[in-house]
Design a protein around this ligand. Structure first.
Ligand SMILES: NC(=O)c1ccc[n+]([C@@H]2O[C@H](COP(=O)([O-])OP(=O)(O)OC[C@H]3O[C@@H](n4cnc5c(N)ncnc54)[C@H](OP(=O)(O)O)[C@@H]3O)[C@@H](O)[C@H]2O)c1
Length: 320
């Protein structure tokens, strides 16, 4: 596994990261044993970046990772943790809280749940409109100075916010959704949703319905009318993949990785089978011709439907 360095001050991490969100029900039920085995398989394959959030099933995801990582050398992997999104006892989201005192409170709970004395990259999941970013990252800087956090990250913010945060403390990376269905002009990314939540993985079909608890049931890109259009793009991608001798998912991951040496795709695999499919993407050598073919199959702006339901779109620093 190759490595990539996050920002000028960030850590070196594997060129492909593992996102653990799906292991806590974001895409419907997940199997705990299989999730653990997937984390182990990722580590064995050389993946050193694992992404989570305290609000993924209210701490469930952190506890799962603590169990899966127990006994491993703490320096052999990097934990990226998001905070600040408020939940309720049901499925609801309750906005954001990124006040300095909330940052320290979230961190204390995360460290305890993860069973670790530090988090490698700590980031507000979204910009809290009520709190200047300088105050939020100022609290993260304090926690870095105290040794509880190693690096500052951001998620789904615009360039002006990155610059303001950076003036307080160097930003290691921006985590943002980035796939063939959507392009961003930014550097030092960890890119999530590289398979557009499975839509462009080659494993989704128009008659596939999202089961109970699966967030894709509310995703405009998966809604009836849009999904058929988007799957036609996947069909075009499939023809390119076939010619290249790889799968659609591999092509989609490799395309993101090819957009810059400072981009680290995160894949949301929750089973060993999906992980095993994603890993060879990092060995795929995409030529200029391949990239042109891929972009012809899925031109910029070709996707139909926003990437989040309308209630969530306003919290994004960059649009759809
Ligand atoms: N910063 C943020 O706001 C934010 C938001 C969302 C996620 N994230 C992070 O980014 C990570 C990845 O995002 P994501 O899960 O939304 O995106 P993703 O990787 O685009 O999608 C994951 C979905 O694709 C399916 N899939 C199909 N083939 C696959 C393959 N070969 N490899 C991996 N998955 C395959 C997955 O498995 P199944 O087929 O099993 O369903 C899952 O449903 C998350 O786990 C989370 O840590 C960050």
């Amino acid at each position: 596994m190759q490595t990539r360095t996050l920002g000028s001050t960030g850590p070196a991490v594997s060129a492909l990261g593992l996102g653990a969100m799906g292991m806590s029900g974001a895409y419907g039920a997940a199997d705990r044993e299989e999730s653990t085995a997937t984390v182990h398989a990722a580590l064995e394959a050389g993946v050193t970046l694992i992404d989570t959030a305290d609000f993924y099933a209210m701490g469930h995801n952190e506890l799962l990772l603590a169990e899966a990582l127990r006994g491993r050398d703490r320096d052999s992997y990097r934990l990226s943790v998001k905070f600040g999104m408020l939940r309720g006892p049901g499925p609801e989201f309750g906005g954001h809280d990124s006040r300095p005192e909330a940052v320290k409170n979230f961190l204390a709970y995360s460290l305890t749940r993860l069973g670790t004395d530090h988090i490698d990259i700590y980031r507000p999941a979204r910009l809290d409109p009520a709190v200047p970013i300088e105050e939020t990252v100022g609290a993260v800087k304090e926690m870095i100075d105290a040794g509880y956090v190693r690096h500052l990250g951001l998620s789904e913010v615009d360039a002006a916010t990155i610059r303001r945060a950076h003036s307080v403390h160097p930003v290691a990376d921006l985590q943002i959704e980035y796939s063939l269905l959507r392009a961003v002009e930014a550097e030092i990314l960890t890119a999530y949703g590289v398979l557009s939540r499975g839509l462009i993985s080659g494993h989704w079909s128009a008659d596939h319905t999202a089961g109970p608890g699966d967030s894709r049931a509310f995703s405009p890109r998966f809604s009836s009318g849009n999904v058929e259009h988007n799957l036609a793009l996947v069909e075009a991608l499939h023809r390119v993949a076939e010619a290249k001798g790889c799968t659609v998912a591999q092509l989609a991951v490799a395309w993101v990785a090819a957009q810059g040496k400072d981009i680290v795709p995160l894949v949301g695999a929750r089973t060993r089978e999906r992980l095993a499919e994603a890993l060879p993407a990092m060995e795929l050598n995409l030529t200029e011709d391949d990239l042109a073919e891929i972009e012809k199959a899925v031109p910029p702006g070709a996707a139909r439907g926003d990437r989040y339901p309308s209630a969530f779109m306003s919290s994004l620093g960059v649009g759809n």
